[in-house]
Design a protein around this ligand. Structure first.
Ligand SMILES: [Zn+2]
Length: 288
């Protein structure tokens, strides 16, 4: 006798995961009109310490810089995002590239108990980003083989955090020597060693900051050079000063001579250019 029971298929179709909710479209940051041919600030910081000096930014001033940038509608992008024209910030926002040189411990430090020092640069920034999530920790670090950032026991943890934040590592050479004083062979070693080491940390170093802003005698090496039988090169080379860089699509933009603005109070530093923008004396890139 036939059973009336209906036999269910043994295997139900794998349940589709529910569609991920789309993030809400980013809110317009300002009434500024879009301007993709405007200039871009590439900021340069060194140490973040208790007191301002010629090259150091104080903790207090760095915090103010973040606040000022945020209030005036700037949002961070990495150097690669800017140069590759992959600026993903909200409409009406102005991109700003924040770079740090020398991988000084004051930029990224853990306390002895393994927590992030709230007074190092990324600690200050992370606290800031908790309050303002649309200003995430997103920076380009030109590193030296000093850890990076010292504290070798925390190296892997730091590298993972940088990756999770979407930061990038770039080269600041191996020994921080003035490249103008070296032979071509020495220059290739300074750059090649640095690139190999950064690759070993899991980053592709596409950018270089020149120690002291000094070019090598043979500038063509920066684009393409050989070291240990392998070919290397950089996508961009950052100089030391002192004005905003051209728009990513500007034909005149020379990424191999990229100007930066010092995170300092002195002439032509960050505050000067923030004022220039506020007074509409310089047209910055504005996200359409
Ligand atoms: Zn340096």
């Amino acid at each position: 006798m036939a059973t009336e029971l209906q036999i269910k298929p043994a295997v139900a179709a794998a349940a589709e995961p529910p569609p991920k909710p789309k993030p809400p479209p980013p809110k317009r940051v300002s009434k500024r009109k879009g301007n993709t041919s405007g200039k871009v600030m590439v900021l340069e910081y060194h140490r973040i310490v208790a007191k301002d000096t010629l090259y150091d930014r104080s903790i207090k001033k760095f915090r103010q810089d973040l606040q000022l940038l945020y209030e005036r509608g700037y949002r961070p992008v990495t150097l690669s995002q800017y140069l590759d024209n992959e600026i993903d910030i909200a409409p009406g926002a102005i991109p700003v590239v924040v770079t740090f040189d020398d991988s000084d411990p004051s930029q990224f430090r853990f306390l002895e108990d393994g927590t992030l020092d709230p007074n190092c640069a990324v600690g200050i920034w992370e606290t800031f980003a908790k309050k303002y999530p649309d200003f995430p920790v997103r920076a380009t670090f030109y590193v030296l083989p000093n850890g990076p950032f010292g504290q070798k026991k925390f190296r892997d943890k730091k590298i993972q955090m940088l990756k999770d934040w979407g930061c990038e590592l770039a080269s600041h050479t191996w020994n921080h020597k003035s490249l103008g004083k070296l032979t071509d062979e020495q220059v290739c070693a300074e750059l090649g060693k640095s690139i190999d080491w950064i690759r070993g940390l899991g980053f592709e170093p596409r950018h270089l900051a020149l120690p002291y802003g000094v070019m090598p005698k043979n500038r063509a090496l920066l684009k393409s050079f050989k070291y240990n039988g392998k070919t290397y090169g950089f996508r961009s080379v950052a100089l030391a000063g002192a004005g905003p860089a051209l728009a990513p699509t500007d034909e005149k933009l020379d990424p191999m001579r990229l100007p930066r603005i010092q995170g300092m109070d002195r002439d032509l530093g960050i505050r000067y250019w923030l004022e220039m923008e506020r007074k509409m004396k310089v047209a910055f890139y504005v996200q359409p």
